[in-house]
Design a protein around this ligand. Structure first.
Ligand SMILES: [Mg+2]
Length: 362
């Protein structure tokens, strides 16, 4: 009896999480008739949807409970690439987590490819590169994939017309990446100080050349941006709605959890009654992109992260091995709660356990 009710809860919880990456009304703007999409872009989009639906069904299947990592060498030898989430895995705020440099050095010495993926869109790859450098880590810009970078990568993948503009609700990282990729944009931080002064008959103008609205984490979110983005999505034919992530909370300080990118996306979902395409975790877009770029098989990847509903789900949606570290937001109690449907393959305290578990195994 108990088992049966638990399994129903597991499926519905999982479906709710997976549905975040699926635009439920995608046919309205991702249709062959959308003037912004070429035929090949439409076909790519259909493939994305089919793959997401397969992931949804696969996730509903029963997953064995996560095992504590005991033999690090076995896991290391079984994959060729490690994808690391950053906050809670590599660093916490501005502090490096203990043992990280030595662990990354050991993995590189063993010939493993290292990739760093973050849902935080406030910085560009270059800006993240500086953060790694400041923390004393030797990480190449090419190894860093932030959701800010995923935005132009996605636009390129669907052949988004370069003569169209992107309206940005978000911070500097998205603007920098769009600029690097040669896309025109409006909005961003400069709309942070704009106010709407209502008077009878007032009408807000908007740019009819905006073909995509991108929403990421934005500390300067306001009603002007909501209304502008809403007008573009509702009134510009075929306008896309893209989210960098739908994270409920983020860690601006270590004193409490703060409203995350999902809160900004939620405002636009409310006003447009549309679901966005999510390019960050747990959507499979970045995983597909990485696998193609480096020519790696997803079964040869281990995704390492501190969040179940983004990192671990991202790895599982991509068909990778998964390792949860308890150095960030997830506790053992959360992992083992009967309400938690997302079970990684393994869990351990922090990534430097690779070194001690390795030493213990010798
Ligand atoms: Mg994290």
């Amino acid at each position: 009896m108990l088992r049966s009710s638990t399994s129903v809860a597991v499926v519905s919880h999982t479906q709710r999480l997976c549905s975040h990456s699926l635009p439920t009304n995608y046919t309205s703007f991702f249709s062959p008739r959308n003037p912004l999409l070429s035929n090949s872009a439409f076909l790519k989009w259909k493939t994305n949807i089919a793959s997401s639906n397969n992931n949804r069904f696969r996730m509903a299947a029963t997953k064995a409970l996560a095992q504590p990592l005991q033999n690090a060498d076995e896991l290391i030898d079984s994959v060729e690439t490690f994808i690391f989430d950053c906050d809670g895995v590599i660093w916490k705020g501005d502090s490096l987590i203990e043992g990280v440099p030595e662990t990354l050095d050991m993995l590189r010495a063993k010939g493993k490819r290292l990739v760093f993926v973050t849902n935080n869109s406030t910085k560009s790859r270059k800006q993240y590169g500086k953060k790694f450098e400041t923390l004393g880590l030797n990480v190449n810009e090419e190894e860093i994939f932030a959701s800010s970078f995923a935005v132009p990568a996605y636009l390129k993948s669907i052949d988004f017309p370069k003569d169209k503009k992107v309206y940005v609700i978000g911070e500097d990282g998205i603007l920098k990446e769009l600029e690097l990729a040669g896309y025109k944009y409006v909005g961003g931080p400069e709309d942070g100080g704009k106010k709407i002064e209502l008077k009878p008959g007032f009408l807000m103008e908007h740019d009819e050349d905006v073909g995509a609205v991108v929403v990421g984490f934005d500390r300067y979110f306001n009603y002007y941006k909501i209304q502008y983005g809403t007008l573009c999505i509702r009134e510009n034919p075929g306008c896309l709605f893209i989210a960098t992530n739908r994270d409920a909370v983020t860690h601006l300080t270590d004193a409490q959890e703060w409203a995350g990118g999902g809160s900004m996306v939620g405002a636009l979902v409310g006003s447009t009654q549309r679901e966005p395409l999510v390019v960050g975790k747990p959507s499979t877009f970045m995983m597909d992109y990485l696998a193609n770029k480096f020519g790696i098989s997803k079964s040869q990847i281990c995704m390492v992260g501190d969040r179940l509903d983004t990192d671990i789900l991202f790895g599982q949606n991509g068909g990778c091995k998964t390792l949860l570290v308890l150095s960030g937001v997830t506790t053992t109690a959360m992992l083992q709660s009967p309400n938690n449907a997302i079970q990684p393959d393994f869990y351990t305290n922090k990534i430097s356990d690779f070194l001690s578990l390795k030493a213990a195994a010798v």
